[in-house]
Design a protein around this ligand. Structure first.
Ligand SMILES: [Zn+2]
Length: 152
């Protein structure tokens, strides 16, 4: 059996299970495929946003409409910024899978678990550490809370 996960072909409809070895080849191939498909989807979405924005330019002469368009644009730019960060995070996560460092909590080292990873494939914290972190974030809550990592 190859230990190159890029060569693993999973059966149709494969779902990772806790009966298999945790982050064995099947699990890693599954999450790698999942993340690559997700990244592709985001990248295609980002291209669409760019062409919509350039297409709308200079259509509105009225200042009120221009202001509305500006705030739409700002909203879109922020959304794209978050998207870009997420795409980077997905790329980093794919590399972690490839070097077999995926699936354990970055803080305490326990297995994050298949179910949690299926729901949040880019998370690097177990649910306990994530909960702790969220409490801390809320305690130090401030103006930059909008930029909190939504994907975790
Ligand atoms: Zn942890």
């Amino acid at each position: 059996m190859s230990d190159n996960i890029a060569e693993i072909v999973l059966p149709e409809g494969y779902e990772p299970s806790e009966d298999e070895s945790y982050m064995g080849l099947n699990h890693r191939a599954f999450f790698r495929n999942l993340l690559m498909a997700w990244r592709l989807q985001l990248q295609e979405g980002a291209e669409k946003t760019v062409s919509t924005m350039t297409g709308q330019k200079a259509l509105f002469a009225d200042p009120t409409d221009r202001a509305a368009l500006e705030s739409d644009r700002n909203f879109e730019l922020r959304a794209r910024d978050r998207e870009r960060k997420l795409i980077n995070k997905i790329g980093k996560t794919i590399r972690l899978i490839e070097i077999d460092e995926y699936g354990d909590c970055e803080d305490c080292g326990v297995e994050i678990g298949i179910k949690r990873l299926q729901a949040r494939p880019v998370t690097d914290l177990c649910i306990d550490c994530k909960t702790k972190e969220e409490h801390l974030e809320r305690a130090t809550a401030s103006s930059n809370s909008n930029d909190a990592d939504a994907e975790n």
